[in-house]
Design a protein around this ligand. Structure first.
Ligand code: DX5
Ligand code: ZN
Length: 221
């Protein structure tokens, strides 16, 4: 079965001195979603951006904001990111004490709920969440930094999650994040992914290259 693959550039690899223009450029280059990596220096060893920046970027594109929260505590910030203009809020089970409650809260805010699985976290973590969520994010690197190498063992997890999703009969997105390039993208897609995050591979070479970079991830290189 072939399903359309959505490309979500991670703005972590964009030029932070002109994020608005960078988002407009990847929008024009064919990005489907804008992937926003939120890091707190506590849950992950890096610090990026908060809701004020998300709010500032929101007018620069009508495309969905795919907000990946790598922060702990998590629940106290959900409202702020929802109000800032996130469309999907994706959370890590390890970042809070009650993942089910966190998912319910996201749904209560009227947003799409995603659950992210770290490389060491089993697909089984989703057993009692899958019926309530809209997206699964399989991390193919450990969270915290762009530019890391794709971890091959995650392909098996993508396959397991694809089966779980298909069993639900619901349209749940299966997104893969980390080390995606024109070599790893087709492998992730073959394993069942239908959305790919790409930071380094999207932004390499600057704005003149974004359209070709995104096309290459779709296999139209
Ligand atoms: C890592 C982030 C990723 C990262 C991907 O914690 O969640 O979104 O920016 O970067 P690349 O595509 O460079 O591996
Ligand atoms: Zn991410």
């Amino acid at each position: 079965m072939t399903r359309p693959v959505r490309i979500a550039p991670s703005i972590l690899s964009a030029d932070f001195s002109k994020l608005g223009a960078e988002i407009e450029a990847v929008d024009a280059a064919g990005a489907d979603w804008i992937h926003v990596d939120v890091m707190d220096g506590h849950y992950v060893p890096n610090i990026t951006i908060g809701p004020v920046v998300v709010k500032g970027l929101r007018p620069h594109t009508p495309k969905p904001f795919d907000v990946h929260l790598m922060i702990s505590p998590i629940d106290v910030f959900l409202d702020a990111f929802a109000e800032a203009g996130a469309d999907t809020l994706t959370v890590h089970p390890e970042a809070g004490p009650h993942i089910h409650r966190t998912v319910q809260r996201i749904k209560g805010l009227g947003k799409r709920a995603g659950v992210a699985l770290n490389p060491g976290t089993p697909a089984k973590m989703l057993d009692y969440l899958i019926d309530d969520i809209d997206l699964v994010l399989v991390m193919s690197v450990n969270p915290g930094f762009g530019g890391q190498r794709f971890i091959d063992s995650q392909l098996r997890k993508i396959e397991s999650v694809r089966k779980m999703i298909d069993r639900t009969g619901r349209a749940i997105d299966l997104e893969v994040d980390g080390g995606i390039d024109s070599e790893t993208a087709p492998r992730a897609i073959a394993a069942g992914a239908d959305a790919l995050v790409a930071g380094t591979a999207t932004f390499k070479g600057g704005p003149d290259h974004y359209a070709a970079n995104i096309a290459a991830l779709r296999g139209h290189g």
